[in-house]
Design a protein around this ligand. Structure first.
Ligand SMILES: CC(C)(COP(=O)(O)OP(=O)(O)OC[C@H]1O[C@@H](n2cnc3c(N)ncnc32)[C@H](O)[C@@H]1OP(=O)(O)O)[C@@H](O)C(=O)NCCC(=O)NCCS
Length: 209
């Protein structure tokens, strides 16, 4: 597993994953291109043997004290092995480096996998937007993370040594005596939330795709 910051040239590979991960409400290629090019954005990709297997994005406007998790996705074949958490930590590490105090996101109420991931990193539910996602009629769960508290817990920052190989929970598990959790241990039924919610526009805050 190798993490690196996303490049405009990653667009096509990201869009393949995007459409596979979010079949009913994938962002358009144009929206994703805009995201990758935005000076307020920070996107990271996860590669395995030269193949893109994950991506995640943060929106952090310069000097702002809050930021948003825009999106996160791991290829279905690579899920359940710590990669999503590693990507999320990369975003949160970047938020900490930028001096962000709070990170927000919105997640569909019917996405227990993503919800569990966020909660386990310290995100707290701060509200709900009833029936926010249309036409699915699904609530948005709004979550918030205190970055200082998160950083104080000394989570490993996967992007800390950008010039060297990045070791992930999966790598550690494989090199250690314990086997890593394989995807076969999971039964996912996670469904994505849409960009900007039901409006279908780009995020104006706290949106996790
Ligand atoms: C959400 C997603 C990024 C998680 O990535 P992942 O690599 O599978 O997750 P990880 O292996 O890092 O697991 C992190 C945590 O997520 C939760 N989780 C992962 N898979 C789970 C499952 N099948 N059931 C319940 N919780 C699960 C657990 O809390 C897990 O922590 P644990 O391993 O300590 O129990 C991935 O499932 C995905 O791409 N889903 C489709 C896109 C999506 O819904 N994105 C989120 C939009 S808001």
């Amino acid at each position: 597993m190798t993490l690196r910051t996303a490049l405009p040239a990653d667009l096509d590979a990201i869009m393949i994953l995007e459409r596979a991960s979010f079949p009913t409400d994938a962002w358009s290629s144009a929206m994703m291109r805009e995201e990758l090019a935005s000076p307020h954005g920070w996107y990271v990709v996860d590669e395995e043997a030269g193949r893109l297997v994950g991506y995640a994005g943060l929106r952090a406007v310069k000097s702002a004290k809050d930021a948003d998790v825009q999106t996160i996705a791991i290829a279905e074949s690579a899920r359940g092995r710590g990669r999503g958490r590693t990507l999320l930590r990369a975003l949160l590490g970047e938020a900490a480096r930028r001096g962000v105090a709070e990170v927000f996101l919105e997640v569909r109420a019917d996405n227990p996998v993503a919800h569990a991931l966020y909660a386990s990193e310290g995100f707290l539910e701060i509200g709900r937007k009833p029936r926010y996602y249309q036409p699915d009629d699904v609530d948005a769960v709004v979550m918030k993370l205190d970055v200082r508290v998160w950083a104080g817990a000394r989570h490993p920052d996967p992007m800390e040594h950008r010039d060297g190989p990045i070791r992930t929970p999966e790598d550690h598990a494989l090199s250690g005596s314990q086997a890593s959790k394989g995807p076969e241990t999971r039964t996912e039924s996670d469904i994505r939330i849409g960009p900007g919610g039901s409006s279908g526009t780009m995020a104006t805050g706290g949106v996790c795709t």
